[in-house]
Write a protein that binds this ligand. Structure first.
Ligand code: SIN
Ligand code: MN
Length: 202
């Protein structure tokens, strides 16, 4: 493992997870989606998102016509499954033991999926960082500052990379411009999984 690379509050560990650890984490996530299936979210404006989404933890992040928010249940009604231990261990290693995350958002990027620039700002508590884990196909991740429309720079996130967005980057704009479909063999049919862990105040 190398790093981290530091960029205005973004800390990036390339190769934090070795291939065997990545495979085990995908197995853990298969158990999560067996309980809480990936679904196709829409924005509050009714626009379909290109990622498919689910969550683990006390709360899940959801979006629909009613808005962006944290909810205690999956849109189908069941509680979210617990965050896998393999995922929590990374939080403890990089973000400490003072507070465990409440939400592990699971985003799945199939062919052509991307995510527009946004801030993570529905948590009501910004004192803890957001931790992001990348699995599968490589993604071009764009990061800016806290001002909308400010300068950005881009970095490729590969399978096994872990990013922490804290301090000045906690409310920074970020997004995924594109994913190189089929660039990783971790998932048999290709695609990218991104996990984001957040502490939520509600
Ligand atoms: C997100 O900001 O929710 C996802 C980031 C990523 O996919 O790397
Ligand atoms: Mn985000």
């Amino acid at each position: 493992m190398s790093g981290p690379i530091e960029m205005d509050g973004f800390r990036l560990w390339h190769g934090y997870l070795d291939p065997a650890q990545q495979t085990h984490m995908v197995d853990d996530l298969r158990a999560v989606v067996a309980v809480a299936p990936l679904y196709a979210p829409v924005t509050p404006g009714g626009k379909p998102m290109s990622v498919r989404m689910t969550s683990a933890g006390r709360l899940g992040w959801i979006t629909d016509r009613q808005g962006y928010r944290y909810a205690p249940t999956h849109p189908q009604g069941q509680p979210w499954p617990p965050i896998p231990g393999s995922v929590l261990a990374i939080w403890r290693d990089l973000c400490g033991t003072e507070r465990a995350p409440d939400c592990c958002l699971v985003n799945f990027y199939g062919e052509g999926a991307k995510m527009g620039l946004h801030q993570d700002k529905d948590e009501g508590d910004f004192s803890f960082p957001v931790l992001s884990i990348s699995l599968g196909d490589s993604a071009l991740f764009r990061m800016g500052g806290t001002e909308r429309g400010g300068p950005t720079r881009s970095v490729w996130l590969h399978s096994g990379d872990v990013m922490v967005m804290g301090g000045p980057a906690r409310l920074a704009w970020h997004g995924v411009d594109r994913v190189r479909h089929g660039s990783s063999t971790l998932l048999p049919k290709g695609g990218r999984i991104n996990l984001t862990l957040r502490v939520v105040a509600v």
